[in-house]
Design a protein around this ligand. Structure first.
Ligand code: ADP
Ligand code: 3PG
Ligand code: MG
Length: 380
């Protein structure tokens, strides 16, 4: 194993009585006041329990939701089952400081959503200093958020000795493997937002033997080929002059599931009608992928192949099951991808299931992230 470019908290055991500022990935979906998916929380427990078991006094923080209107209170309620935790309804401030002073060894204080403070997203040094002032050292376990150059992720490590948490290290090591796959390697890419995924496709063409493009992303290819895409979701990207269009390394669906009025049917991509909506790939496409999945030494997958939230999950599920049964190394990630397959209870059949969405894509493309750079710089 290569040397890590940052320090890992796993190597530090003398933590008794130490105030640790822990930046966690707690951005989970809340539906009707309940945490709907605990995957990120569960994966974060390893570091949290390590700190608690070593007698650290943990000041935990993170964001939930985009705009800072949601509270992290529900997360505190949930963590209560695992560790002794109190909640502060402010981020940095007198109340948080007093609660911090009351911490005993092995106790956790969860701060309110860091995005409640507008300085978080501005990567403000004063805000970072206020957070850092509460602790002796800093741990970033929020790999999934580390593509954001925000204060609790990037500015804080300037002020404290900084370490990566166990989940951060795990994500780093596993996604590094996916950047240098053994051949034959298959990259399956679905979902939407082609704008954010296109650079990765271009880069991985020389690295993965086959890149399969499914989900709404494939619609952009169909459109560029001059096929009718009806009322399907397409992006603003125009691929008509792109070398990707006829590249031998790129595979597209050979059938698609569409809604034609109230009828759900499967047809060839060039037989989509004027008012059809492409909502999933088709079974012949999954049959095409079957031997590639079975024979690949590495399969990397991001993005569901259909509009799974609306009931078009069939081919995503079929693919997930094929991959779970395959013998090659499997790396799967993306918030929606993980959500689409969570009910199958086959997660443990993959070699690695990433907690990250956007951060996974950025890391795969660049091999680094702003908050990872900050950890590395803090070490020097
Ligand atoms: P991830 O979160 O796993 O990285 P994305 O956010 O890129 O994935 O994409 C997931 C979204 O793509 C889901 O909302 C899903 O419904 C949508 N999607 C996939 N295929 C289609 C399609 N054919 N038509 C409409 N939406 C689609
Ligand atoms: C994610 O869910 O991708 C991360 O938690 C980052 O959240 P954000 O997209 O709101 O910055
Ligand atoms: Mg998503």
């Amino acid at each position: 194993m290569q040397k890590l470019p940052f320090k890992s908290i796993a190597e530090k055991t003398d933590l008794k009585g130490t105030y640790v500022l822990l930046r966690s990935s707690i951005n989970v979906p809340i539906v009707d006041g309940q945490v709907r998916n605990q995957f990120r929380i569960t994966r974060g427990l390893v570091t949290l329990q390590y700190l608690v078991n070593h007698g650290a006094r943990v000041i935990m923080c993170g964001h939930i939701g985009r705009d800072g209107t949601q509270s992290t209170k529900q997360i505190a309620d949930l963590l209560q089952e695992y560790v002794p935790v109190t909640f502060s309804d402010e981020v940095a401030g007198t109340k948080s400081k007093n609660l911090r002073d009351a911490l005993k060894d092995g106790e956790v204080l969860l701060l309110e959503n860091v995005r409640k403070d507008p300085r978080e997203k501005k990567n403000d040094a004063n805000f970072a200093r206020e957070l850092a002032d509460m602790a002796d050292l800093y741990v970033n376990d929020a790999f999934a958020d580390s593509h954001r150059a925000h204060a609790s992720l990037v500015a804080v490590p300037e002020f404290l000795p900084s370490y990566a948490g166990m989940n951060f290290v795990h994500e780093y090591e596993e996604l590094m493997k996916a950047r240098v796959p053994q051949s034959p390697a298959l990259f399956m890419l679905g979902g939407a937002k082609f704008e954010t995924k296109m650079p990765l496709v271009e880069q991985f063409l020389g690295i993965y033997d086959n890149i399969f493009i499914g989900g709404a992303l494939a619609n952009d290819f169909f459109k560029a080929k001059g096929y009718e895409t009806g009322d399907s979701l397409v992006s603003a990207i125009d691929l008509s002059d792109s070398p990707l269009l006829d590249h031998a390394g790129i595979l597209l669906p050979i059938d698609v599931t569409v809604m034609r009025g109230k009828e759900r049917l499967v047809c060839a991509p060039d037989a989509v009608g004027y008012h059809d909506i492409i909502l999933d790939i088709g079974p012949r496409t999954v049959a095409m992928l079957t031997p590639l999945i079975a024979n690949a030494k590495m399969v990397l997958w991001n993005g569901p192949f259909g509009n799974y939230e609306a009931g078009f999950e069939e081919q995503t599920v079929a693919t997930a099951q094929l991959l779970a049964a395959a013998s090659g190394y499997s790396v799967v990630g993306g918030g929606d991808t993980v959500a689409a397959i969570e009910s199958l209870f086959i997660q443990e059949h993959y070699n690695f299931l990433s907690t990250a969405g956007g951060a996974m894509l950025t890391f795969l493309e660049k091999g680094t992230l702003p908050a990872l750079e900050a950890l590395t710089a803090s070490e020097e």
